[in-house]
Each structure stands twice: as structure tokens, then as C-alpha cells.
Design a protein around this ligand. Sequence first.
Ligand SMILES: Cc1cc2nc3c(=O)[nH]c(=O)nc-3n(C[C@H](O)[C@H](O)[C@H](O)COP(=O)(O)OP(=O)(O)OC[C@H]3O[C@@H](n4cnc5c(N)ncnc54)[C@H](O)[C@@H]3O)c2cc1C
Length: 415
Amino acid sequence: MKIAIIGTGISGLSMANLLKDNHKVVLFEKQDRYGGLVKCDIVDSVLFHKVGGHVFNSRNQDVLEWFWSHFNRDEEFIKVKRNSKIFFQNKIIGYPIENYIYNFDKETVTSIVKELTEHEENDKISPFEYPNFEEFLKSNFGETLYNLYFKPYNNKIWRTDLSTVPMQWLEGKLPMPNFQEIMVSNIVREEEDTMVHSSFFYPKKGGSQFIVDRLAQGLDIRTSKEIDRIVKENGKYTVDGESGFDKIVFCGDVRKMPDYMENIVSQKIDISRLKTLRSNGTSNLLCETDENDYSWLYIPEESTRAHRIIYTGNFAPSNNENRKRKTCVVEFSGKTDYEDMVQEIKKLPGNLSPIHYNYEPNSYVIQSFDTKELILETKDILEEENIYLLGRFAEWEYYNMDKCIESAMYLSEKM
Ligand SMILES: Cc1cc2nc3c(=O)[nH]c(=O)nc-3n(C[C@H](O)[C@H](O)[C@H](O)COP(=O)(O)OP(=O)(O)OC[C@H]3O[C@@H](n4cnc5c(N)ncnc54)[C@H](O)[C@@H]3O)c2cc1C
């Protein structure tokens, strides 16, 4: 078959690699570079993750095997231990917060333990039976921890009413500690790096750009080609003037897709519902920082606008070559002006000084109660026409890179 892939993030590139041995594959990318959210720049000899701080791991053995068939794990990657912390009331405390409640004053600890005990005694429903994310957090961790940490932190990231977020999106994504585990962790004071899934892989050089550079090798990629029209003629598709495509894999933003399709299926797709899907952007400020050994620092309080610092300089020595101080990325949800970010970092630890910044308008997808059903319906309609949705913004899933690869593996089998 001749297959067009629209979008060259990790989803499109993985898919192309899965298909290329048996099919002719052409990729189209609207930007002047492949990579999507995973792209990195070099700024003043420092590696800058334009979005997030992209590290790799997976619980899926097939994904790991596929990934390591493209990379030499020992030669090309470093295994880094997670060391997450929380910046709270001007102190650095351990992560996750429920394992460190001994840091609070006696009155707060008493309320938290009382609420956790009540939950343990009364509430035996599974996480997915809660009506929404807000109710789940309140019930599982109690009102006190919810108000101190979970509410402000999640509000900062999602900038949305948590009672409108369904529980489905959490499936397989968050550990669900029980009362006994929380109490044991608080008494034993176990560090995060002794826990399961306590490490991740990171390229020795080039950050996540290294990953997409390798996956892009040998592919037919057409950059600076925004596909805004797909035409069907005699059962085949024409994309960007090139005809004869049997199938299309779309890895862009599903909200825009029906507009591109020249009446192919537009009457059948519920376009107005697709257009209501919500997303958030991210502003990243690359900074110099004082030395520490953290990987992430979560910043829940409302008094600061940043929600996380990613210590990318600690992931690989090559990330701050030729620089005296270490580097990190301070992450803000939504569009934040450079001057505002520079003011905000004064409230954070580490004597941060700015180097560069980036704003990405589309980074987080927000699911609503009908999102899964809507996407499934849309996929069914499109697949009858040999058009397939793949990736974070096409499937409207809170995917990490490994989940994009997993989804590409599933789709390539299906196709
Ligand atoms: C802040 C943050 C931190 C993250 N950290 C991690 C992490 O540490 N580890 C991890 O595994 N994952 C992480 N992720 C998730 C990861 O970024 C995504 O899972 C992954 O990058 C999504 O890839 P994708 O190909 O589906 O989408 P994208 O990367 O968005 O790629 C889509 C591509 O399609 C192109 N495109 C769109 N429309 C068109 C069109 N009409 N014509 C042509 N081209 C088009 C776009 O330009 C883009 O290049 C993080 C995400 C965020 C936001």
C-alpha cells in the first residue's frame, strides 16, 4: 500500500517505522522540523526541551523490545533514578505528598490521619466508580490533603473544573496507594528511589531529540507541509498534490480534521462536538540553577504560577556542557509572558536565572465525560474510509511517548 502519515511527532515516526518495510510511506509535517512535542534545541550550548523534559520508560514489554531494537540501551542511554520533591511552604519535602505527611504540624497530621482512617473504614469502591476526578481525590486523600495539595496543584496544571474530568483518563496512570501503604511509608520514611518504577532512561546526548532523529532516519518526510485538504479520487487519496494513497494515518489535532476532508465524511462526523474538546498549552522557561540532585520539583501552592521544575541538567552531563551552573526547565501551564515568568522564578528555590523560553499552545489534552465515546465513534466512521487516528491529539488521550508507540503498534497490526 501507499500510506500518508500526517504529523511527525513520536506517533507518526513510530508508525512509519512499523510500516516502512512492507509499504510505501510518506510523512507530512506542518513545521519545518519533525519531532512534535519531543523536539529539543541547543541554546547557548545548553539542551532545551521546548516542552516538558521528555524521559522514557514503559511498563509494556513489547514497547520496550521495539524501542530497544532501534537504540543501544547501554551505549546510548543513561538509566536515571527518579528523585522527585515538592516545594511546599518554602520547604523541600518528599514526593508523593501522602508519604510525607509527618512534615506537617500536629493538627494537620491529625486531620489527615482521621480522614484517611474514615475513608479506609467506609469507602470501599474502586477508583473508577467515583463520579469525577475531584470526588476521587477528596475521598481517597481526605479534604485536608485535597485542599493543601491536590486541588491547587491540579488546578494549576489543568486550569479546569476538576469535577468535569472523568476518572477514565486515570486508568493505569496513577498509583493508588492504600491506607496501610501510606502509613508504612510515613513511619519507615522510605525514599522514592527504593520504590518500583523508580528510574527512567535518557539519551546520553541530545535529549529526546536524539530519539526522534534516530526514528526519522531513512524516512520520506516532507516538512513545512501543513495538510489542510485531503481529496478522494477513484477510491484513493491525494495529499499535498500527490495522488494514489490507499490509507491515511492522521496524527494531528482531531478538532481540525473534519475541515480538511472535503465532504469525504463530514456529514457523518459530529464536528461541533469534536470542536468542544479542551486542551491546554505550556510555557517553558530554561534556567540556570544551583546544584541539587532532584529530577522534578512539584510546586502546588497558588502563590506561585509555575507548577513544576524539571532538572534536565541532572539527566545527562552533556545537557549543560561548557557551563558552570546546572540547567533546568520551569514549567507554567498556559501562555505566560516571558517577563511574568522571570518575576515568578524569584519565588522558587535554586537562585534561578533565565536563559530562554518557549510557548507550546497544544500540550495537555483534557478529557470530558463523552470524550472516549466521541473519539471511538469518529474512529469508526473514518476507518471505513481508510483514515486512521493516532497519537495524543488525534485520539485525545493523555499519552506519554511509550503509549504513542503502543498505540502505533496496535494500529499497524490492525491496518
Ligand atoms: C509538559 C509535557 C511533558 C511530557 N513529558 C513526557 C515524558 O517525560 N515522557 C514521555 O514519554 N512523554 C512525555 N510527554 C508526552 C509526549 O510529549 C507525547 O506523548 C508525545 O510527544 C505525543 O506525540 P504525538 O506524535 O502523538 O503528537 P505531537 O508530538 O503533537 O505530534 C504531532 C505532529 O503533527 C504535526 N501536525 C499537526 N497537524 C498537522 C497538519 N495538518 N499537517 C501536517 N502536520 C501536522 C505537528 O506539527 C506535530 O509535529 C510530555 C508531554 C508534555 C506536554
